[in-house]
Design a protein around this ligand. Structure first.
Ligand code: ADP
Ligand code: ZN
Ligand code: ZN
Length: 765
């Protein structure tokens, strides 16, 4: 980090010492946003003294410039010798603090626990407009200046696809704020230059509260709901926690369709009635319009708005929503992981729905886990945290087992429908009859044909999140695993070897299956696109739509497809696990998983957990209406525990079994893992650095913790970067993270190698 403070800056870094002969003037420690994460002491002028509080945003001189910072500590007593040279706080930006005292503690905890620079945490916690101290956000809006006829539009599409997409968006939606657009500046500017779109600077009408899908709101009939016994018991338990006004975390384990959301709503209503506020975290806002609409309708009479926080908000909407929450006029927030930092007043309840979802973990600095931050924030402010899931994470299940969390269960579906039967298709046998394609077995094709005939719908899943690089024998289902680590070895094509990414065990890839001697062991991969092609050939009359990463990122596209599916305009939807969540389509009677092995035999100690979750969540999608549903699962390893447990709907049995396996290898939740990732485009340099760092650790901190690696990451190269990692195992992160950070700071990292720590990693690739 460059030194930001010239010698003549007398603001004092480090904690100010208490001195008996303190002057009468008032001093505060201020944390500048751009000051390298250190706080400095300033004089507080008389005129703002009474309005200043911990967390206030202020303007200060720093070195030769002016900057903004937060009041970190009030009433500090500096050492006398510095006092005469100390500089003054210049102005107070807002009449309210932008961080409450417990949010400052939260910020410090995140910085410490996740070994992240404090400034990066502040950046994550506060919207940009707030950090800049703006009064009101003026926005540039974009709108069409002329319409294109069909021919011109077609030409634009051929010439510049993105511009055509932007044109269509503006045509369909009218004026849109520039900052809310998911298009690059060159695309936008090109459309303006062509005279097709124009830009205005104005205050736009802020629609953040009215957003998400009004069409779907109308299609959900309002019905009177009285909770069943299990729901009531769960709600009573949560309410007892709320009454105590003390921190408590509940794990609400309710099967899919068991009415968990009604329990959340009951708790939120109580909180609102008592004047408190609540945060509702969902894994991905774009995928949960139904939930958001439901909350809006069911909380409409509570005298507050339900704010939705998502990545498509314009900076103005974000700013307004944030201010409304900070002032206490908006008291319910729904949002994805970053909503956990909302400045709610008198926060009493945090709900984390689908708490097992890996998307709660941020994939960049700070690598925080939204669920874990939720629990810690509840702890700091004496609130109740409710973690809900049909398939709880091992971590939360473990915490409930050891009594840290209260376990509440709902084991019946609301409609009393039984779970749809799950049929496991043994691909070892089927593969012989599949004639040239390896995607659809006969039973799967027959089941799809039946649905098409009966005008029912199918959802087909192909989980592409994992990498199918494990060697699986198509004849006997044998998977080659590491003798030391219980994870699948990955196949490296370059040198035909099998490697363990955890301990760097290497063996040469066999040309025949070690179990059955089959020579077919090299499996061919497949993807959603291929699946779509095969289906289209097979069922030329069927209306098939594929949902992939591209469609996911366009919110309207995604919604439109789901609307069309709901309206019965699509027969077969093919997509990844993402579409398994929260979707409720009464006419879906077949849910098919095309390759359960894709998530099972990946080099990830959570592979079994993920596979079980996938199967159970998918099973929850079929047969929700009056028609009976069925789930078909294609796998080469039909006897694998997660598949068998899911088939029998044995939740506890799976969790216990998996916990036992984790214990054996001492993986989380038994212990914590810190992943140290090194990358750079010179492979040798990255590898050498990883090794010399490991030696450095060995010499300087031999007893720090158990260390595995360095080893190449399973995904060894990403965007020309070679990646190596080390894993640190510990009972408590806080016991080693400080020392690890200091050691890191003292190691001569070469230029060309970037290293990061990921505490409690979800992504181990
Ligand atoms: P989950 O979140 O557990 O998957 P939901 O809360 O979405 O389940 O409930 C599934 C459906 O059942 C929703 O349409 C909801 O309105 C309805 N529902 C929930 N609880 C009840 C109840 N006690 N009586 C009647 N319908 C209910
Ligand atoms: Zn190994
Ligand atoms: Zn075999």
């Amino acid at each position: 980090m460059t030194e930001l403070f010239p010698a003549e800056d007398y603001s004092q870094p480090g904690p100010a010492k208490k001195s008996p002969s303190a002057p009468r003037e008032s001093y505060a420690r201020i944390m500048p946003f751009d000051g390298g994460g250190r706080a400095y002491t300033y004089v507080v002028p008389e005129e703002i003294k009474t309005r200043l509080a911990v967390g206030s945003l202020v303007k200060i001189p720093l070195g030769s410039r002016k900057t903004l910072g937060l009041v970190w500590e009030m009433q500090v007593i500096p050492e006398e010798k510095f006092v005469s040279k100390m500089r003054k706080v210049e102005a107070l930006c807002y009449d309210i603090p932008v961080l409450a005292p417990d949010e400052i503690k939260l910020c410090e905890w995140i910085a410490g626990y996740y070994a992240a620079p404090l400034n990066s945490v502040l950046q994550t916690m506060l919207p940009a407009a707030v950090r800049q101290g703006v009064r009101a956000v003026v926005e540039r809006t974009l709108s069409l200046t002329r319409e294109l006829d069909d021919e011109a539009l077609a030409a634009l599409r051929r010439r510049a696809k993105k511009q055509a997409e932007l044109y269509e968006l503006l045509r369909d939606q009218g004026p849109v704020s520039r900052s809310a657009l998911n298009f690059s500046a060159p695309v936008i500017n090109a459309l303006i230059l062509a005279g097709i779109a124009g830009e205005k600077t104005q205050a736009v009408s802020r629609v953040a509260y009215a957003d998400i899908n009004e069409a779907s709101a109308k299609s959900i009939p309002q019905k009177k709901i009285s909770l069943n016994d299990e729901q009531s018991a769960a709600l009573e338990s949560v309410c007892a926690g709320l009454d105590s006004r003390q921190y408590r975390t509940h794990l609400l384990h309710g099967v899919t369709g068991s009415g968990k959301t009604e329990v959340y709503i009951g708790a939120i209503r109580k909180v609102l009635a008592e004047g408190g506020s609540a945060i509702f975290l969902v894994p991905e806002v774009a995928l949960t319009p139904q939930t958001v609409e439901r909350l809006r309708m069911r909380l409409g009479d509570c005298g507050t708005q339900v704010v939705v926080w998502h990545s498509h908000l314009s900076s103005g909407e974000r700013f307004d929503a944030w201010m409304d929450m900070a002032r206490g006029s908006a008291r319910v927030l729904v949002g994805a992981r970053s909503a956990i930092f909302a400045p709610m007043k008198d926060l009493r309840l945090i709900v984390v729905d689908e708490e097992h979802e890996p998307s709660f973990k941020q994939g960049e600095t700070p690598f925080y886990h939204g669920r874990d931050v939720a629990v810690y924030r509840a702890h700091l402010c004496g609130a109740v945290c409710v973690l809900g899931s049909a398939t709880p994470s091992l971590e939360s299940f473990y915490n409930a087992r050891i009594g840290k969390y209260t376990l509440n269960r709902i084991l019946k579906r609301v409609d009393e429908h039984a779970f749809p039967p799950m049929r496991i298709i043994d691909m070892r046998r089927e593969i012989l009859h599949m004639q040239g394609q390896t995607t659809f077995s006969r039973p799967m094709l027959n089941a799809i044909a039946e649905r098409l005939e009966g005008h029912e719908q199918c959802i087909l899943f192909l989980n592409r999140r994992g990498y199918s690089r494990a060697l699986i024998c198509p004849d006997c289902g044998h998977v080659i695993t590491c003798p030391h680590c219980s994870s699948a070895l990955t196949f490296h094509r370059e040198n035909q070897s099998l490697r363990c990414h955890l301990c760097d065990h290497i063996e040469s890839a066999p040309s025949r299956c070690p179990a059955c001697s089959s020579a077919n062991i090299r499996k061919k991969g497949f993807g959603t696109q291929r699946a779509e092609e095969i289906l289209a050939q097979r069922f030329p009359e069927a209306r098939i739509v594929r949902l992939d990463a591209d469609t996911m990122s366009k919110k309207n596209e995604f919604r439109k497809i789901l609307e069309r599916f709901r309206a019965g305009e699509i027969d077969i939807l093919i997509g990844t696990q993402m579409i398994a969540k929260g979707l409720d389509f009464p006419r879906v009677t077949l849910a098919g998983i095309l390759d359960a092995d894709l998530s099972l035999h990946v080099p990830d100690f959570r592979a079994a957990e993920r596979t079980f979750q996938l199967l159970v969540q998918v099973a929850g999608r079929a047969g929700r209406g009056q028609l009976d549903g069925e789930v078909l699962v294609q796998t080469f390893t039909p006897s694998a525990p997660p598949i068998q447990f899911a088939k029998r709907a044995e939740f506890d049995e799976f969790l216990e079994d998996e916990l036992e396996r984790r214990r054996e290898f001492r993986y989380p939740p038994e212990r914590h893992i810190i992943r140290h990732l090194l990358r750079g485009n010179d492979r040798q340099l990255v590898e050498d650095t990883a090794e010399s760092w490991a030696r450095f650790l060995e010499e300087n901190a031999p007893d720090l913790c158990e260390i595995r690696g360095p080893a190449p990451c399973p995904t060894e190269k990403i965007q020309d970067n070679f990646r190596f990692h080390l894993w640190y195992f510990c009972d408590r992160v806080s016991a080693i993270i400080g020392k690890l950070s200091r050691l890191r700071a003292n190691f001569p990292w070469p230029e060309g190698v970037i290293e990061i720590l990921d505490v409690d990693p979800m992504d181990v690739n």
